[in-house]
Design a protein around this ligand. Structure first.
Ligand SMILES: Cc1cc2nc3c(=O)[nH]c(=O)nc-3n(C[C@H](O)[C@H](O)[C@H](O)COP(=O)(O)OP(=O)(O)OC[C@H]3O[C@@H](n4cnc5c(N)ncnc54)[C@H](O)[C@@H]3O)c2cc1C
Length: 390
């Protein structure tokens, strides 16, 4: 195959135009095409994976604090396991588990509550004493945490082949994918939406806003106001080390997380406050390096010797309750939202795109989308997710 990208201008008419060629837009395009909706055009302003989808840590986990997210992510991990076979690309999936560390009794109590909920929905997370956690990761500093929880079925994968797997399979089924194609205006009209782009105009019966941290600007083009805002999130990769780290480790209090890739690098990030603004900022900062270095060497002193190879940043697409915004925009029939995935959109894409694709292909609206509707913010009907890291 020559690659997933279409040449020239987008075709003048289509059924579904998807704005954004990140994991969400491409996975949705694939699931639509799989169900026979092939008259689909993906419009991406930059290159594929230029947004958060090409900048993330590749973590996938079932450990969440709400029933919806636990159920969905349990299914998503299963879909990830079948990805290589079904989409024909090796995504370097490694199920080494996620080990969360609690630093106080309050955090331990919160953890116990979440673990009980996860167990109730079939996720085999278990609480561990510090010594038990150190049997899984012997290099953790004694005294650096008071309790831990571990689910051996969580894991990591390599984001780029994952995204290209969806892109290739969508294109093979007839989806047009355009890069360097910015959507500039969207006008609803009696015969569909009229879009103008940097590569020409087109008409679409339906439009999906899958523009991640840029989705509020895209929604504004049709007069819809969204509450999600970008938050810079920084991350780095070190020189490769001999394999020594099984799970992804995360410290709840600081938002530190680190895992070892299949190539041996330590991939790690941490929360550094940056404020929410209208603008996406992907610049790297020294304060991130120093904050991370202090925290990671407190938890695992042997990493003090390791060299950093590369540091970068991407946008978290943050909503007020930590949950996504997915569904038809109120007042604009045919305009759909698939955004607000905070710091976990990569792992959610397989399951969310599957159900959203089924619905947009004529199936029933999945019931969990009720909880992710835009109107919940105005109604105050929020179910906060608190297992967000980084
Ligand atoms: C550092 C970091 C680490 C992360 N770690 C994880 C992790 O371990 N696990 C996990 O599940 N998630 C993680 N995430 C979050 C995850 O990457 C995102 O939730 C996910 O990639 C969002 O995908 P998306 O398709 O919604 O958005 P994006 O990938 O940002 O795609 C949106 C696209 O829309 C395009 N666009 C914007 N405006 C326009 C326009 N007007 N016209 C055309 N195109 C436009 C952009 O160029 C962009 O490519 C992390 C994120 C970051 C930044």
């Amino acid at each position: 195959m020559s690659g997933p990208l279409a040449a020239g201008a987008p075709k003048p008419e289509c059924d579904v135009a998807i704005v954004g060629g990140g994991i969400m837009g491409l996975a949705l395009a694939y699931h639509l095409a799989l169900r026979g909706v092939t008259d689909v055009v993906v419009l991406e302003r930059g290159y594929l994976a230029s947004g958060a989808s090409g900048r993330n840590g590749g973590g996938i986990r079932m450990q969440w604090s709400t029933e919806t997210n636990i159920r969905l992510m349990r299914e998503s991990v299963e879909l990830c396991k079948r990805f290589a076979q079904e989409l024909g690309v090796n995504v370097w999936l490694r199920q080494g588990g996620y080990l969360f560390l609690a630093s106080s009794d309050g955090e331990r109590a919160r953890m116990e509550q979440n673990v009980a909920l996860q167990n109730r929905f079939g996720v085999p997370t278990r609480m561990l004493l510090p010594d038990e956690a150190r049997q899984i990761v012997p290099d953790l500093a004694p005294g650096s945490f008071v309790a831990a929880c571990f689910n051996p079925r969580d894991g990591i994968l390599f984001p780029w082949p994952f995204l290209y797997g969806y892109a290739n399979q969508a294109a093979a089924r007839g989806v047009e994918i355009h890069t360097a194609c910015e959507v500039r205006t969207i006008e609803p009209g009696p015969r569909g939406f009229r879009l103008t782009t940097s590569k020409g105009a087109l008409t679409a019966q339906r439009v999906v806003d899958a523009a991640g941290a840029w989705s509020p600007a895209v929604a504004r083009l049709v007069g819809v106001s969204l509450p999600n805002r970008p938050h810079r999130h920084e991350i780095l990769a070190t020189q490769p080390l001999k394999p020594f780290l099984g799970p992804m480790v995360s410290v709840l209090r600081s938002g530190l997380y680190f895992s070892q890739s299949m190539r041996g690098e330590i991939v790690t990030g941490i929360t550094v406050e940056d404020g929410l603004s209208e603008r996406v900022n992907m610049g790297s900062r020294l304060v991130f390096l120093t904050t991370l270095a202090r925290e990671i060497t407190r938890v695992m002193p042997r990493l003090a010797q390791v060299r950093v190879l590369r540091q970068w940043a991407g946008p978290y697409d943050v909503t007020p309750d930590g949950n996504p915004i997915v569904g038809e925009a109120p007042g604009v029939p045919g305009f759909y939202l698939a955004c607000g995935f905070v710091g976990h959109g990569f792992m959610m894409a397989p399951v969310v795109s599957k159900y959203l694709g089924e619905w947009l292909a004529g199936g029933a609206e999945p019931e969990f989308l009720q909880r992710w509707r835009l109107a919940r913010f105005a109604e105050g009907d929020l179910h906060r997710e608190d297992m967000i890291i980084g």
